[in-house]
Ligand binder design. Structure first.
Ligand SMILES: Cc1cc2nc3c(=O)[nH]c(=O)nc-3n(C[C@H](O)[C@H](O)[C@H](O)COP(=O)(O)OP(=O)(O)OC[C@H]3O[C@@H](n4cnc5c(N)ncnc54)[C@H](O)[C@@H]3O)c2cc1C
Length: 307
């Protein structure tokens, strides 16, 4: 029986593992896939302090090495369910594809995933001009023309963020009006280097043969006209999907599916803590995920161990 089971070995889960072991908790990390999580799919991470310009793969390796050095146990299994252990109020049963474990507490750190457009070229050019994170990759496109796809708050925030450094931002939205906050819409309309393409969808992301984005074909859904934009980067902001199926019906989630939890990572259910991208928060980054991993274990020490 474990004091703490952490589900997910991205930045949040690994940090929770490190803090758990150092707090003397009998800790197990269960992760399906490579250690490092989403960051493994990015070419370069430029905003994590002290590791400027590190590749996503290398950051994943460093996370694993650090966990191994502190003897954090990590098993490569997919968790299929979480439930209260029979007849127990403070014990949880975690079932995986290979077996089951009992634990006093759970940190759920299963992350989130950006929604894809499904456009030709998108998959091949991800990390080579196609990005799902303007905060992460915007700085690589200073002085260039870029595109942002989406019509919600994140898309408009991304467009405004990119407009500060890029030469021109094309904002592509499939409808004739944005659903973003009015204040963001006003700011976008006032920016002289943001061009809005309403009623438009991405037809093709160009550059697959060359190995990097070098243009974008967009189609006006009302007129059928196809235009080619001369851009070097495309930022897709059509939403993210939190990986919270495991805790649906157990803890409170918001409308978009994120676990409702603050900086202390406590969920609505005693014994379950949410760390990283899957919880309600303003900024989903490595730096905030690792902070969550540490804070979650601090809450566990306070709640369970009484420290
Ligand atoms: C393309 C891209 C580029 C990015 N670039 C940057 C950047 O430059 N800088 C930055 O700070 N942030 C960047 N981010 C964001 C950053 O990667 C995330 O904020 C961070 O990885 C979140 O960490 P996490 O631990 O919450 O979750 P994740 O990294 O998503 O890790 C979750 C882990 O849980 C595992 N898991 C999920 N479900 C289960 C299950 N049922 N059973 C077992 N395991 C499970 C997953 O396989 C994964 O290993 C980028 C994200 C993407 C997608």
């Amino acid at each position: 029986m474990y004091d703490l089971i952490i589900i997910g070995a991205g930045p949040a889960g690994i940090t929770a593992g490190i803090y758990g072991v150092r707090a003397g908790l009998n800790t197990l990390v269960i992760n399906g896939g490579g250690v490092g999580g989403q960051i493994l799919s990015t070419y370069e991470v430029d905003n994590y302090p002290t590791l400027k310009g590190i590749s996503g793969m290398e950051l994943g390796t460093k996370l694993k090495e650090h966990a191994d050095a502190l003897k954090v146990s990590i098993v490569d299994e997919n968790v299929s369910s979480i439930e209260k252990a029979e007849g127990q109020v403070t014990l949880w049963k975690v079932t995986t594809t290979k077996g089951s474990y009992e634990t006093k507490t759970i940190v759920i750190a299963t992350g989130a995933q950006p929604r894809k457009l499904g456009a030709p070229g998108e998959e091949e050019l991800t990390g080579m001009g196609v990005s799902y994170c303007a905060t992460c990759d915007g700085a690589f496109y200073r002085g260039s023309d870029v595109a942002v796809v989406g019509g919600g708050d994140v898309a408009l925030e991304d467009a405004l963020f990119l407009a500060r450094g890029s030469k021109k931002v094309h904002l592509i939205h499939r409808r004739d009006a944005f659903r973003a906050a009015k204040v963001l819409q006003d700011a976008v309309l006032a920016a002289d280097n943001i061009e809005i393409h309403y009623d438009s969808v991405v037809e093709n992301i160009k550059g697959v043969d060359e190995g990097e984005v070098n243009g974008l074909e967009i189609k006006n859904v009302k007129t059928g006209q196809v235009d080619t934009l001369d851009i070097e980067g495309i930022f897709i902001a059509v939403g993210t999907k939190p990986n919270t199926d495991l805790v649906k019906g157990i803890v409170e989630c918001d409308q978009a599916g994120y676990v409702v939890a603050g900086e202390d990572c406590r969920s609505s259910e005693k014994g379950i803590y949410a760390a990283g991208d899957l919880r309600t928060k303003a900024l989903r980054q490595v730096v905030t995920a690792v902070a969550d991993g540490a804070n979650a274990v601090k809450s566990i020490e306070t709640d369970i161990v009484g420290l």
